[in-house]
Design a protein around this ligand. Structure first.
Ligand code: ADP
Ligand code: MG
Length: 307
């Protein structure tokens, strides 16, 4: 019984943004009418308390981030977000927590007019939040990890390493970037027809960029002096800066490759997020790191889920 009142009280919206939701929360499944000539883009991401976010994380931030990481995956395909499903496992029913948590969910959805159209609510030992996000892209227009070409620029949005710094300095203002990542939905869509490949940065730049290199069967050189770093990070010892920016997770910025020609076109647009060129795609396989033209060998540790 409690399950239904929780759904009614916290997760059912009075009004939906999207008019093509035929059936939202209320039945055995949701029904949506996808626009013609589009492809459905779907992803899911689970966050476990103590593993993916510190146990001290505010309920509102837990809700926000659970949605943000999924919208970021849609953004990385160039998709327009549409709706989400939410599966939660709660150790106990804490109304104050649920109120803030659901507000965090809706606050992250609102700027993109994303509706919560279904989910599942269960009781269990460990707080677990699983969000599935749905979006659209015009047929054949999705940007995948495969497609980086020799000579392409490697570009990232925003700043790198803020979240990793925030995780190691809980209470510092940069913790905000750990708790409240901004999904780059608008930028992702602006890159359709321009970027040759794209990924969102969840596990650290090096690990994630390697996925593009492998999928595209190319190599790359990064110019570390061009990494976009917050002034707080710039004051850290250099190896530490690189550790945060190259191997720190949870940035949820976009990393994409783009030809010089398309980059010029992109620069003429009014971009929703600042972008920085940090390297070049090359024929020689592998990833090389340069600092002021000197080759660097770094001992970095990326986030390994099962390490
Ligand atoms: P069923 O038993 O058929 O799976 P439920 O009783 O679990 O149905 O869910 C009833 C309705 O509430 C469904 O529309 C389901 O999608 C929705 N729902 C359940 N939990 C959540 C949640 N945490 N957030 C959003 N919708 C939910
Ligand atoms: Mg159920």
């Amino acid at each position: 019984m409690a399950e239904f009142s929780i759904i009614e009280q916290y997760f059912k919206q009075a009004r939906l943004y999207q008019n093509n939701v035929v059936l939202g929360i209320c039945d055995d499944s949701a029904i949506i009418a996808p626009p013609s000539n589009h492809e459905l883009v779907i992803c899911t991401d689970t966050s476990v308390e103590g593993r993916h976010f510190p146990t001290t994380t505010a309920a509102h931030a837990v809700g926000w981030k659970s949605v943000a990481v999924n919208l970021s995956d849609l953004a990385a395909m160039g998709a327009t977000p549409h709706s989400i499903l939410l599966a939660i496992t709660l150790p106990q029913i804490d109304h104050a927590w649920l109120k803030d948590f659901s507000q965090g969910i809706f606050d992250c959805c609102a700027p993109y007019a994303v509706d919560l159209i279904g989910g599942d609510t269960t009781q269990g030992n460990q707080l677990t939040v699983s969000v599935t996000a749905l979006g659209w892209v015009e047929k054949g227009q999705a940007i995948t990890r495969k497609g980086a070409c020799i000579g392409d620029y490697i570009v990232v949005s925003g700043q790198l390493g803020d979240a990793a710094f925030g995780l190691q300095h809980l209470g510092h203002p940069l913790q905000q970037r750990l708790d409240y990542p901004s999904p780059r939905c608008t930028l992702g869509q602006q890159l359709k027809g321009l970027a040759s490949s794209m990924i969102d940065l969840s596990d650290g730049l090096i690990q994630d960029l390697k996925h593009i290199l492998t999928a595209s069967n190319v190599g790359a050189t990064l110019d570390l002096e061009n990494l976009p770093l917050d002034p707080v990070l710039q004051k850290q010892p250099q190896q530490q800066q690189w550790q945060y920016a190259l191997a720190g997770g949870d940035d949820y910025e976009l990393c994409f490759t783009i030809s010089e020609k398309h980059y010029q076109i992109l620069q003429q647009q009014n971009l929703s997020t600042p972008i920085t060129v940090i390297g070049r795609i090359e024929e020689q396989l592998g990833l090389r790191l340069h600092y002021q033209k000197q080759r660097q060998t770094l001992d970095l540790h990326g986030y390994q889920h099962f390490a």
